[in-house]
Ligand binder design. Structure first.
Ligand code: NAD
Ligand code: UFG
Length: 339
């Protein structure tokens, strides 16, 4: 069992992964600046796992504090979630995104290098593929992100490829997630976006719980069976288990390698609204509105490499994703802060 440093561990995917790592017997050091999360998620992870771990409120841009983490603790591997992820916000303030996501990762890798820690799992995104040229999307698909957010993800991937090639010993897994949704089945931890949700599932859930009136379905004239956009939604518990598999099998990564984490199955916006209505036991109102600029009609993954390399595949379907999202939302109608 090893000691794993988790950056951004208080966030949506980080908190679920922390729980899975603790349950697998690993020791954790979690750092987060809480810019998009609350310490309450970590308290709940401790409650669910009945285990404690170190938490330090640290910003990745605070290089001395980051260096000190590697001096104080004997770290074996790092899982790096910390980053900003809102596409629209990245268009409005690209400097913030480049500084936080790219300079933040530079500081982290620098600190790892000094401490002789060379095992890293990085949160990348399917957004690095840009407009899909063929489906399903394999890791060999050309890279061409469109938004500043996506460009910071590709820049970090490039940085890590260069570092891993510079000297032997680095083992880096670039995990390209498709569309993470769902929550831990206990309903204790889940996705708690601040402000108006940008993503479909949290928006649908806020309509279901009565915080918003109706879902705006962006585009109903796509070349898809029901005219709405198709995505590869993946349950956050599957994703968390994918991280456990990756960090425990880093010996299979020589240098730096990318792996898709998706289900391989696409669902339309209306499929999601229907499944969520079933899970919530109530009709979720929606209206068809024009397309959202920058959206693609359909994208889903080829998850074959993850299965071959990590021995991992997603197990949970759309109904389970909606059931668990709803369980979290209905138990925490206003998220972590005001339950
Ligand atoms: P999240 O916002 O819930 O979690 C990110 C965490 O990082 C937050 O707790 C935030 O406070 C922290 N953080 C941000 N900048 C920091 C900094 N400079 N120093 C310390 N902590 C910092 O997001 P998430 O959905 O859990 O995503 C985790 C990672 O996965 C992100 O890197 C994101 O880009 C990536 N990703 C997410 C999705 C998605 O749809 N959720 C898809 C693909 C990739
Ligand atoms: N959608 C709606 N109404 C909404 C929100 C979304 O109809 O209120 C539609 C979109 O048009 C799209 C689908 O629901 O067809 C999914 O949209 P999301 O915003 O949930 O997800 P995206 O696929 O657009 O992008 C997300 C993240 C990106 C990330 C990508 C792949 O926002 O940062 O998944 O991981 F890169």
């Amino acid at each position: 069992m090893s000691t794993i440093l988790v950056t951004g561990g208080a966030g949506f995917i980080g908190s679920h992964t922390c729980l899975v790592l603790l349950e697998a017997g690993h020791d954790l050091v979690v750092i987060d600046n809480l810019c998009n999360s609350s310490e309450e998620s970590l308290r709940r992870v401790e409650g669910l796992s009945d285990k404690s771990f170190v938490f330090e409120k640290i910003d990745l841009l605070d290089q001395p504090a980051l260096e000190q983490v590697f001096v104080t603790h004997s770290i074996d591997a790092v899982i790096h979630f910390a980053g900003l992820k809102a596409v629209g916000e990245s268009v409005e303030d690209p400097l913030w995104y480049w500084r936080n996501n790219v300079a933040g990762t530079l500081n982290l890798v620098d600190a790892m290098n000094r401490a002789d820690v060379r095992d890293l799992v990085f949160s990348s995104s399917s957004t690095v593929y840009g407009m899909p040229e063929e489906l399903p999307v394999t890791e060999a698909h050309p890279l061409g992100p469109v938004s500043p957010y996506g460009k910071t993800k590709l820049a970090v991937e490039d940085l890590l490829r260069d570092v891993a090639a510079s000297k032997p010993g680095w083992r880096v897994a670039l995990l390209r997630y498709f569309n993470p949704v769902g929550a831990h089945p206990s309903g204790e931890i889940g996705e708690d976006p601040t402000g108006i949700p940008n993503n479909l599932m949290p928006f649908v859930m806020q309509v279901a719980v009565g915080r918003r009136e109706r879902v705006a379905v962006f585009g109903s004239d796509y070349d898809t069976p029901d005219g709405t956009g198709i995505r590869d939604y993946i349950h956050v518990m599957d994703l968390a288990e994918g991280h456990l598999a990756a960090v425990e099998r880093l010996e299979r990564f020589e240098g730096c390698e990318a792996v898709n984490l998706g289900t391989g199955q696409g669902y339309s916006v209306l499929d999601v609204v229907r499944a969520a209505s079933g899970a919530a036991g109530r009709e979720i109102p929606y209206e068809l509105v024009p397309r959202r600029p920058g959206d693609v009609a359909a994208v889903w993954s080829d998850p074959g490499l993850a299965k071959a390399k990590l021995g991992w595949q997603a197990l949970r379907g759309l109904d389970e994703m909606c059931r668990d999202s709803w369980h979290f939302q209905s138990r925490n109608p206003h998220g972590f802060a005001k339950t």
